[in-house]
Design a binder for this molecule. Sequence first.
Ligand SMILES: NC(=O)c1ccc[n+]([C@@H]2O[C@H](COP(=O)([O-])OP(=O)(O)OC[C@H]3O[C@@H](n4cnc5c(N)ncnc54)[C@H](OP(=O)(O)O)[C@@H]3O)[C@@H](O)[C@H]2O)c1
Length: 167
Amino acid sequence: MPALALIAAVAHNGVIGVDGRLPWRLPEDLRRFRALTTGHSVIMGRRTWESIGRALPGRQNIVVTRDRGFAADGADVAHSLGAALDRVACPAPAFCIGGGELYRAALPLADVVHVTEIARDFDGDATFPALDPREWRETARESRAADADVDFDYAFVTYARVTTPIR
Ligand SMILES: NC(=O)c1ccc[n+]([C@@H]2O[C@H](COP(=O)([O-])OP(=O)(O)OC[C@H]3O[C@@H](n4cnc5c(N)ncnc54)[C@H](OP(=O)(O)O)[C@@H]3O)[C@@H](O)[C@H]2O)c1
C-alpha cells in the first residue's frame, strides 16, 4: 500500500464544510494545498469531487463512490478506499483530500496528517475526525495571525503517527 497522508483545513469545533463547500476563504491554505499535493495522487469522496467541480491539475485525481455507474471527467473512479489506493500511480505519498466521510475511512490507514487549524468555530455539516493524542504526535507547526484579509488566526500543523497504521 502506498504511504497515505490526509490533508484538511479544520475549524476549532471540527467543522470542515457546509452545504457542500468550504465555510471560509483562506487563499494561503489553498496555495499550501496545491504545493503539497501537486505531482501526487489525490483521493476524494464523491461529494468533495462535486464541490471542487473539476479535476485538480498536475495530480492523479481518484474519486471514491459506491455508485458503479459513476464517471468523472479527468479522474479515475474507485468503489472503495482500498481500490483507490490500488490505483495510485503517482509518487508517494498519496493524499486523501476529504471530505468528512472519506477522512474517517482513511485515518486508520494514514501515516501523516496535515491540518490547517483554524482558531475559530464555524457552523457546518461535515467534520474532521478527532486525532487521538496517543496515536498522533505534532511534528511541525507554522502559525499565522489574523490580518486585513483573514479575520482568524490559523496554523499549518503536521501530525505523524506514533503507532503503526492498521493495514
Ligand atoms: N476543509 C477541508 O479541508 C475540506 C476538504 C474536503 C472537503 N471538504 C468539505 O467536506 C464536505 C464533503 O464531505 P462529506 O463527508 O459530505 O462527503 P465526502 O467524504 O466528500 O463524500 C462522500 C461520498 O463519497 C463516497 N464514499 C465515501 N467513503 C466511501 C467509502 N469508504 N467507500 C466508497 N465510497 C465512499 C460516497 O459516494 P456515493 O454517495 O457516490 O456512493 C459518499 O457519499 C463539503 O462541504 C466539502 O466542501 C472540506
